[in-house]
Design a protein around this ligand. Structure first.
Ligand SMILES: CC(C)(COP(=O)(O)OP(=O)(O)OC[C@H]1O[C@@H](n2cnc3c(N)ncnc32)[C@H](O)[C@@H]1OP(=O)(O)O)[C@@H](O)C(=O)NCCC(=O)NCCS
Length: 158
């Protein structure tokens, strides 16, 4: 899909329910779980190329906290900055919604999120509401690394 992509021409926009099949295809292609019932399409961001979606990412809101999830870039479009743009858009969206801390689970992109300011944390330090999300309740493997980012203090949420 989209073997040649000019990232500057890809506009990011909020996802709609119609985008869910495309998001699921991207996630399946990367071996990530599908959005699931916890995920509201309007809190997902997508980027579309000529042949369909090339990137996506979402957040689930849990009170003042959010779970960052499903950040994915199509194989042929990686390494061009789209992942960083998706991440920046989701963090900006979180700030607008007064989210104070983001959490995520990842198996293969720990260093990627460290570069973006996330720090490795433990499950016991994750707010209960976030821990009750389906991603924490078995959708992601137990071996997934938990990471956090505080939006208001520049440090790690307690
Ligand atoms: C992780 C992912 C979203 C990155 O998107 P991307 O658009 O390819 O990345 P960007 O262009 O924004 O950034 C590229 C930089 O990140 C680095 N990078 C990319 N994927 C990485 C990973 N999994 N781990 C560590 N670093 C990674 C690249 O080496 C590059 O580094 P450089 O700037 O020093 O050259 C993409 O590789 C992907 O979809 N992976 C599979 C799904 C996944 O694991 N998602 C995260 C869990 S939710």
């Amino acid at each position: 899909m989209n073997a040649i992509v000019a990232p500057a021409t890809i506009d990011l926009r909020p996802a709609t329910a119609d985008d869910l099949p495309g998001i699921e295809r991207l996630l399946a292609g990367a071996g990530l779980p599908s959005p699931g019932a916890d995920a509201h399409p309007s809190l997902f961001v997508v980027g579309e190329g000529a042949d369909g979606l090339v990137c996506a990412g979402g957040m689930e809101r849990h009170g003042a906290f959010a779970l960052l999830r499903s950040v994915v870039v199509a194989d042929g479009a990686r390494g061009l900055g789209l992942g960083k743009r998706v991440l920046a858009r989701l963090l900006e969206q979180g700030r607008r919604l007064d989210i104070t801390g983001f959490y995520l689970l990842t198996t293969a992109a720990v260093d990627y999120f460290k570069t973006a300011g996330f720090a490795v944390t433990t499950r016991s330090r994750v707010p209960l509401a976030v821990r009750q999300s389906s991603q924490f309740q078995g959708v992601c493997p137990d071996s997934a690394v938990v990471m956090s980012l505080c939006l208001d203090r520049g440090g790690q949420p307690n």
